[in-house]
Design a protein around this ligand. Structure first.
Ligand code: GDP
Ligand code: MG
Length: 164
């Protein structure tokens, strides 16, 4: 569970990160996991899933009025590759995850970010990350059952996260 308030720097949070079908097709699964892992974040949930239309529509519900919405839902649900759905945990992981991923439009994404390094089209930007504490909570609940998310500690946690 989230142990501190949203937006609190250093607060232990959880965020929903998903490698979209194009990211899986592009062979970016290990690369994405590595970027979160090497930073010190903890993988507390992971699965491959072809989302139902209902799940994809709910996940992107705030974009329903947008012209690309239907194409977006089709792209996520085609099954031509699964989505790799993940929950990552750690200090400020929601905001830091968005920085690791980069801007929505890959042409605005900084080199060094995942989208900046690997993608060029907003409709094929490889990865999703929750944009706030509220959406992280909703999205984790949408994509994962409680039993699919795990509480665990690094044996070396004190070498990654200081107590003060
Ligand atoms: P994100 O939070 O950075 O993923 O961006 P948004 O929440 O604004 O949009 C969700 C997803 O919709 C993006 O990651 C893109 O895959 C897609 N999307 C957003 N804007 C556009 C657009 O203008 N054209 C197309 N084709 N897809 C878009
Ligand atoms: Mg978004």
């Amino acid at each position: 569970p989230v142990k501190t308030a949203a937006g609190t720097k250093g607060g232990i949070e959880r965020t929903f990160i998903a490698i979209k079908p194009d990211g899986v097709q592009r062979g970016l699964v290990a690369e994405v996991i590595n970027r979160f892992e090497r930073k010190g974040y903890k993988l507390v949930g992971i699965k491959a899933i072809v989302p139902s239309k209902e799940l994809a529509e709910e996940h992107y519900g705030d974009l329903k009025a947008r012209p690309f919405y239907k194409g977006l839902v089709n792209y996520m649900t085609s099954g031509r590759a699964p989505v790799i759905a993940m929950v990552w945990e750690g200090p400020d992981v929601i905001r830091q995850g968005r920085r690791i991923i980069g801007a929505t439009n890959p042409l605005d994404a900084e080199p060094g970010s995942i989208r900046g390094d690997y993608t060029i089209s907003v409709g094929r930007n490889a990865i999703h990350g929750s944009d706030s504490f509220e959406s992280a909570t909703i999205e984790i609940g949408l994509w994962f059952k409680p039993t699919e998310v795990f509480d665990w500690k690094f044996t070396h946690e004190e070498w990654i996260i200081s107590a003060n």
